[in-house]
Design a protein around this ligand. Structure first.
Ligand code: GDP
Length: 550
């Protein structure tokens, strides 16, 4: 196999052949073919199908921005061709919905290869696994595949996230009050803390149940001592959670105001629940290092799905507004026990604009959660649209040809940029190239998959943040690929924008790059040129089929 940079269809090839203005004629061949979707060293096939696994052996899909890029769809497609699907990081704070035979499955922990009956699914050692959630997901699947459990494997080294971690998460989140991180209160941070301070529990402990029981009792005692006592400045929700922790009543674990969400009424009940789980999963708890290496040696295709995204990485993200694990490529090696050399395809998922949930600086932001920013006025030239705004007293959101629209608000409404459970709007802004370049640098993407291009349809003009400048020295561009590590420095960043012409035609039926209107082609090509990484697919609508492979 030739792994020279030239054979990889990498940044140089892309940069050389893609010109901003060159949209009708020759496409940059190496970058715009199905080969870039797969192992760069393999040959492309005639049909250009994205799920042709021959082109990769070990493929990693990672979020390139602040999350919610639409990784699920891509992973879902690629999983049809994988023999192993693995998770390496995070916990039940991410997840996606899959529709199979008209039925919806919501997964937070389960790798999405579970839907492919010939695919094994691995929960790697880097995951913080709340076992009751995983068991619920397995229960959901019984109708689809009564033997689904036999295809789920969990590393002996995976840490168990127990309900006390969730209670602690809630207590800490309320304590942080105005500068809260905005966690999902599912206990991920406290579980990784346990891992680091070394009082955590691992799946291997379940195979030695007496040790597990003793260690769980110790952990709970420790947690009660540290977090169970009421503080003077406690919020009512904290008082309630501390009481739950003291009594180890976890039925209200991460939603104290809205009642029961599962959980247990006592520590004894918790131990009993885990005893049953350990018996049910005895054969599924495996030494994942030998497991995955055997699969690789047999020549089986491994698909790795990343949870969260680059700018939420504990090291490289916008600290402290980050998740508690490594979401970037290094996490794949430490979270699964594989060396870098086995990874032959890294795909970064990039939304065609930028979104961010929660607090922290956002250089290209147009509109926030409360919708009270000045926003950017742009002309809408697309077809008339009416979009339902669930639970919003203002009624549906409407767009008519010729309207002057608030672009950030349009991205929120047309892109359905709000949390499915919380209904909270995501902050929205123009595509931020410096951020994506930084993410591409850290991750070494072989290609990028652009999602939600259709959401920009109808904007007469689209802006792209092409570089950062510092407000203190506006004449100077910050170095390419540099992303400030301190929030105070990120706050001082101003974006340099470039404006490109948009398109008015509906693109959701386009299935080939050639079908796209000129403006859409130009936008995709410009992203490829600016990031310096080939684009391998473009999402043109929410459905699994609404994608074009390049
Ligand atoms: P993740 O958090 O990155 O895994 O994001 P999801 O996979 O949950 O995707 C978020 C939403 O975006 C889902 O409702 C998808 O259907 C939707 N989505 C994904 N790709 C596209 C696209 O190309 N266009 C549109 N309009 N929606 C998309």
């Amino acid at each position: 196999m030739d792994f020279s940079p030239a054979s990889r269809g990498g940044a140089f090839g892309a940069r050389k052949s893609s010109k901003t203005g060159d949209i009708g004629g020759v496409l940059p061949e190496r970058s715009f073919n199905a080969e870039s979707m797969g192992s760069p060293a393999r040959k492309s096939s005639d049909d250009g199908a994205m799920n042709d696994g021959d082109r990769w052996k070990f493929c990693v899909v990672l979020g390139a921005q602040w999350g919610d890029e639409g990784k699920g769809k891509l992973v879902d497609i690629l999983a049809q061709d994988a023999q192993v699907c693995a998770r390496f990081n995070g916990g039940a704070n991410a997840g996606h919905t899959l529709v199979v035979d008209g039925r919806k499955y919501a997964f937070h922990l389960m790798p999405c290869g579970i839907i492919n009956r010939s695919c094994k699914n691995l929960i790697g050692n880097g995951v913080a696994c709340h076992l009751p959630t995983l068991m619920k997901e397995l229960e959901q699947l019984k109708e689809f595949d009564p033997r689904a459990v036999e295809r789920v494997f969990i590393s002996t080294r995976t840490h168990l996230l127990v309900d006390s971690h969730q209670l602690i998460d809630g207590i800490l989140e309320a304590e942080a009050s105005s500068h809260s991180i905005g966690t999902t209160k599912r206990g991920i941070g406290p579980c990784y803390s346990s891992k680091s301070i070394r009082n955590g529990l691992r799946f291997a402990d379940l195979l030695h149940f007496e040790t597990f029981e003793a260690r769980l009792r110790e952990l709970i005692k420790w947690s009660q001592k540290r977090f169970g006592e009421e503080g003077e400045a406690d919020q009512p929700s904290q008082q309630l959670l501390r009481k739950c922790l003291r009594e180890y009543n976890t039925r209200k674990a991460f939603d104290p105001e809205h009642g029961a969400r599962g959980g247990v009424g006592s520590l004894e009940e918790e131990i009993e629940r885990y005893r049953q789980f350990s018996q049910m999963l005895r054969h599924q708890i495996v030494d994942s290092v030998t497991f995955i290496h055997e699969e690789i040696m047999r020549g089986n295709r491994v698909l790795v799905e990343g949870a969260n995204a680059a700018l939420l990485d504990i090291d490289f993200g916008t600290y402290p507004f980050v998740t508690s694990s490594n979401t970037t490529i290094g996490g794949v090696c430490t979270g699964l026990g594989v060396p870098p050399k086995v990874i032959d395809n890294i795909v970064g998922v990039v939304k065609a604009y930028t979104t961010r949930v929660g607090n922290g600086p956002f250089p290209s932001e147009l509109q926030n959660e409360r919708q009270d920013l000045a926003d950017f006025a742009g002309e809408y030239i697309g077809e008339a649209l009416t979009i339902e705004r669930k639970g919003d007293t203002r009624g549906p959101y409407g767009l008519s040809t010729g309207d002057v629209v608030k672009v950030g608000e349009m991205l929120q409404e047309v892109g359905h940029e709000y949390g499915t459970t919380t209904g909270r709007r995501r902050r929205c802004g123009w595509l931020d190239i410096p951020l994506v370049k930084y993410s591409a640098m850290v991750n070494g993407f072989h290609s990028i998959s652009i999602t939600k291009l259709d959401v920009l349809t109808g904007l007469k003009e689209i802006r792209i943040a092409v570089a950062y400048r510092s407000v203190d020295m506006t004449e100077v561009r910050l170095p390419s690929g540099y992303f400030p590590s301190h929030l105070e420095d990120l706050k001082k960043v101003v974006c340099e924008y470039e404006t490109v012409q948009g398109w008015k035609e509906d693109i959701s039926k386009c299935r080939r790059f050639a079908d796209l209107p000129a403006g859409a082609k130009r936008y995709v090509l410009r992203i490829q040129e600016l990031v310096g990484v080939p684009v391998s697919s473009v999402g043109v609508g929410p459905d699994r089929n609404d994608v074009l492979v390049l």
